[in-house]
Design a protein around this ligand. Structure first.
Ligand SMILES: O=C(O)c1ccccc1NCC(=O)[C@H](O)[C@H](O)COP(=O)(O)O
Length: 195
Protein backbone atom coordinates (compact mmCIF):
# COMPACT_ATOMS: atom_id res chain seq x y z
CA UNK A 1 0.00 0.00 0.00
CA UNK A 2 1.51 3.32 -1.14
CA UNK A 3 1.27 5.95 1.62
CA UNK A 4 1.62 9.72 1.30
CA UNK A 5 1.74 11.95 4.38
CA UNK A 6 0.69 15.45 3.39
CA UNK A 7 1.03 18.94 4.83
CA UNK A 8 4.36 18.59 6.64
CA UNK A 9 6.11 21.73 7.83
CA UNK A 10 8.50 20.61 10.58
CA UNK A 11 11.79 18.69 10.29
CA UNK A 12 10.75 16.28 13.04
CA UNK A 13 7.67 15.16 11.14
CA UNK A 14 9.50 14.83 7.84
CA UNK A 15 12.09 12.60 9.53
CA UNK A 16 9.37 10.57 11.25
CA UNK A 17 7.46 10.02 8.01
CA UNK A 18 10.62 8.88 6.22
CA UNK A 19 11.76 6.61 9.07
CA UNK A 20 8.29 5.09 9.44
CA UNK A 21 8.23 4.18 5.75
CA UNK A 22 6.18 6.81 3.92
CA UNK A 23 6.43 6.59 0.12
CA UNK A 24 5.73 10.30 -0.38
CA UNK A 25 5.46 13.49 1.64
CA UNK A 26 3.43 16.55 0.69
CA UNK A 27 4.53 20.17 1.14
CA UNK A 28 1.66 22.60 0.73
CA UNK A 29 2.62 25.58 -1.45
CA UNK A 30 -0.83 27.10 -1.66
CA UNK A 31 -3.27 28.90 0.63
CA UNK A 32 -3.60 26.68 3.73
CA UNK A 33 -2.83 26.60 7.45
CA UNK A 34 -0.11 24.14 6.38
CA UNK A 35 1.42 26.42 3.80
CA UNK A 36 5.20 26.61 3.60
CA UNK A 37 7.24 28.96 1.43
CA UNK A 38 9.17 27.44 -1.46
CA UNK A 39 12.36 28.19 0.49
CA UNK A 40 11.11 26.33 3.55
CA UNK A 41 9.91 23.48 1.34
CA UNK A 42 13.42 23.25 -0.13
CA UNK A 43 14.91 22.89 3.37
CA UNK A 44 12.45 20.11 4.19
CA UNK A 45 12.84 18.37 0.83
CA UNK A 46 16.59 18.26 1.38
CA UNK A 47 15.99 15.93 4.35
CA UNK A 48 14.21 13.37 2.19
CA UNK A 49 16.07 10.44 0.60
CA UNK A 50 15.57 9.81 -3.13
CA UNK A 51 13.28 6.81 -2.65
CA UNK A 52 10.65 9.04 -0.98
CA UNK A 53 8.73 11.34 -3.33
CA UNK A 54 8.51 15.02 -2.37
CA UNK A 55 5.24 16.52 -3.60
CA UNK A 56 4.45 20.22 -3.93
CA UNK A 57 0.72 20.77 -3.40
CA UNK A 58 -1.08 23.55 -5.29
CA UNK A 59 -4.66 24.67 -5.77
CA UNK A 60 -5.78 26.83 -8.66
CA UNK A 61 -2.51 28.61 -9.45
CA UNK A 62 -1.56 29.14 -13.09
CA UNK A 63 1.10 26.84 -14.56
CA UNK A 64 3.83 29.52 -14.54
CA UNK A 65 3.32 30.15 -10.82
CA UNK A 66 3.29 26.40 -10.11
CA UNK A 67 6.44 25.90 -12.18
CA UNK A 68 8.38 28.66 -10.39
CA UNK A 69 7.38 27.49 -6.91
CA UNK A 70 8.04 23.81 -7.66
CA UNK A 71 11.49 24.57 -9.04
CA UNK A 72 12.35 26.82 -6.08
CA UNK A 73 11.19 24.14 -3.66
CA UNK A 74 13.06 21.37 -5.44
CA UNK A 75 10.14 18.96 -5.19
CA UNK A 76 9.97 15.89 -7.44
CA UNK A 77 6.21 15.94 -7.93
CA UNK A 78 3.41 18.46 -8.41
CA UNK A 79 -0.11 17.88 -7.09
CA UNK A 80 -2.81 20.08 -8.60
CA UNK A 81 -6.15 20.59 -6.83
CA UNK A 82 -8.94 22.80 -8.13
CA UNK A 83 -10.22 21.41 -11.42
CA UNK A 84 -7.22 22.33 -13.53
CA UNK A 85 -7.76 21.83 -17.26
CA UNK A 86 -5.83 19.20 -19.18
CA UNK A 87 -3.76 22.00 -20.72
CA UNK A 88 -2.26 22.88 -17.30
CA UNK A 89 -0.86 19.36 -17.00
CA UNK A 90 0.44 19.54 -20.56
CA UNK A 91 2.10 22.89 -19.78
CA UNK A 92 4.02 21.36 -16.85
CA UNK A 93 4.98 18.09 -18.54
CA UNK A 94 8.39 19.33 -19.73
CA UNK A 95 9.55 19.68 -16.10
CA UNK A 96 9.83 15.89 -15.97
CA UNK A 97 8.25 15.81 -12.50
CA UNK A 98 5.57 13.36 -11.37
CA UNK A 99 2.17 15.02 -11.91
CA UNK A 100 -0.67 14.27 -9.51
CA UNK A 101 -4.25 15.22 -10.45
CA UNK A 102 -6.35 15.74 -7.31
CA UNK A 103 -10.11 15.53 -7.82
CA UNK A 104 -13.35 14.83 -6.01
CA UNK A 105 -15.34 11.69 -6.69
CA UNK A 106 -17.63 13.33 -9.26
CA UNK A 107 -14.73 14.15 -11.63
CA UNK A 108 -13.25 12.13 -14.48
CA UNK A 109 -11.69 9.24 -12.55
CA UNK A 110 -9.78 7.65 -15.42
CA UNK A 111 -6.15 7.47 -14.33
CA UNK A 112 -3.99 9.33 -16.83
CA UNK A 113 -6.93 11.08 -18.51
CA UNK A 114 -5.07 14.41 -18.18
CA UNK A 115 -1.63 12.83 -18.76
CA UNK A 116 -1.05 12.78 -15.02
CA UNK A 117 1.10 10.08 -13.43
CA UNK A 118 -1.01 9.65 -10.31
CA UNK A 119 -4.67 10.35 -9.53
CA UNK A 120 -5.73 11.44 -6.03
CA UNK A 121 -9.43 11.09 -5.23
CA UNK A 122 -10.23 13.40 -2.34
CA UNK A 123 -13.12 14.83 -0.36
CA UNK A 124 -14.85 17.87 -1.90
CA UNK A 125 -12.88 20.12 0.52
CA UNK A 126 -9.20 19.18 0.34
CA UNK A 127 -7.29 19.11 3.59
CA UNK A 128 -10.39 19.50 5.76
CA UNK A 129 -10.27 16.04 7.32
CA UNK A 130 -13.77 15.22 6.18
CA UNK A 131 -14.62 11.54 5.62
CA UNK A 132 -16.88 10.79 2.65
CA UNK A 133 -18.45 7.71 1.07
CA UNK A 134 -15.19 6.06 0.00
CA UNK A 135 -17.08 3.00 -1.32
CA UNK A 136 -18.64 5.20 -4.04
CA UNK A 137 -15.40 5.11 -6.05
CA UNK A 138 -14.63 1.42 -5.67
CA UNK A 139 -13.69 0.00 -9.07
CA UNK A 140 -13.95 3.33 -10.90
CA UNK A 141 -10.34 4.53 -11.00
CA UNK A 142 -8.02 1.73 -12.04
CA UNK A 143 -4.26 1.94 -11.80
CA UNK A 144 -2.15 4.23 -9.66
CA UNK A 145 -4.62 6.21 -7.56
CA UNK A 146 -4.63 7.45 -3.99
CA UNK A 147 -7.62 7.70 -1.70
CA UNK A 148 -7.76 10.81 0.53
CA UNK A 149 -10.22 12.73 2.65
CA UNK A 150 -10.80 12.20 6.35
CA UNK A 151 -8.50 9.22 6.74
CA UNK A 152 -7.11 8.50 10.22
CA UNK A 153 -5.13 5.71 11.86
CA UNK A 154 -8.46 4.42 13.14
CA UNK A 155 -10.39 4.29 9.87
CA UNK A 156 -7.80 3.75 7.15
CA UNK A 157 -8.31 -0.02 7.07
CA UNK A 158 -12.06 0.40 6.63
CA UNK A 159 -11.47 3.02 3.93
CA UNK A 160 -9.12 0.70 2.04
CA UNK A 161 -11.62 -2.14 2.33
CA UNK A 162 -14.38 0.14 1.02
CA UNK A 163 -12.57 1.71 -1.94
CA UNK A 164 -9.72 -0.69 -2.77
CA UNK A 165 -7.25 2.07 -3.68
CA UNK A 166 -3.65 1.62 -4.84
CA UNK A 167 -2.53 3.99 -2.06
CA UNK A 168 -3.69 6.43 0.60
CA UNK A 169 -3.02 10.06 1.52
CA UNK A 170 -3.54 11.72 4.89
CA UNK A 171 -3.14 15.14 6.44
CA UNK A 172 -5.66 16.10 9.16
CA UNK A 173 -5.79 12.55 10.51
CA UNK A 174 -2.18 12.77 11.69
CA UNK A 175 -2.65 16.14 13.41
CA UNK A 176 -3.42 17.08 17.03
CA UNK A 177 -4.73 20.48 15.96
CA UNK A 178 -5.32 22.05 12.56
CA UNK A 179 -1.95 22.23 10.83
CA UNK A 180 -0.07 20.67 13.78
CA UNK A 181 1.29 17.22 12.94
CA UNK A 182 2.08 14.55 15.51
CA UNK A 183 4.85 11.96 15.14
CA UNK A 184 2.98 9.24 17.03
CA UNK A 185 -0.04 9.66 14.75
CA UNK A 186 2.16 9.56 11.63
CA UNK A 187 3.67 6.26 12.81
CA UNK A 188 0.23 4.90 13.76
CA UNK A 189 -1.17 5.77 10.35
CA UNK A 190 1.66 4.01 8.50
CA UNK A 191 1.28 0.93 10.69
CA UNK A 192 -2.49 0.84 10.21
CA UNK A 193 -2.28 1.36 6.46
CA UNK A 194 0.09 -1.60 6.08
CA UNK A 195 -0.97 -4.22 8.68
O1 LIG B 1 -3.81 20.48 3.21
C1 LIG B 1 -4.34 21.53 2.81
O2 LIG B 1 -4.63 22.44 3.57
C2 LIG B 1 -4.65 21.70 1.35
C3 LIG B 1 -5.04 22.95 0.90
C4 LIG B 1 -5.32 23.13 -0.44
C5 LIG B 1 -5.22 22.09 -1.32
C6 LIG B 1 -4.83 20.83 -0.86
C7 LIG B 1 -4.56 20.63 0.47
N1 LIG B 1 -4.20 19.36 0.95
C8 LIG B 1 -4.12 18.27 0.05
C9 LIG B 1 -3.87 16.91 0.51
O3 LIG B 1 -3.19 16.14 -0.16
C10 LIG B 1 -4.53 16.34 1.71
O4 LIG B 1 -3.67 15.38 2.23
C11 LIG B 1 -5.81 15.66 1.31
O5 LIG B 1 -6.68 16.66 0.84
C12 LIG B 1 -6.42 14.93 2.48
O6 LIG B 1 -6.64 15.82 3.52
P1 LIG B 1 -7.29 15.32 4.90
O7 LIG B 1 -8.73 15.05 4.66
O8 LIG B 1 -7.05 16.47 5.80
O9 LIG B 1 -6.53 14.09 5.31
Amino acid sequence: MYVKICGLSEEEHVRTAVEAGADAIGLVLTHSPRRVTPERAAELAALVPPHVLTVGVFKGEDPDTVRAAALAAGVRAIQLHGNHPHSDFTALKDLGLTLVRAVAADADLRCGAYDEDLLLVDAPRAGAGEPWDWSAVRGRPTGRWLLAGGLTPGNVRAAVAAAAPWGVDVSSGVEVARGVKDSALIRAFLTAARP
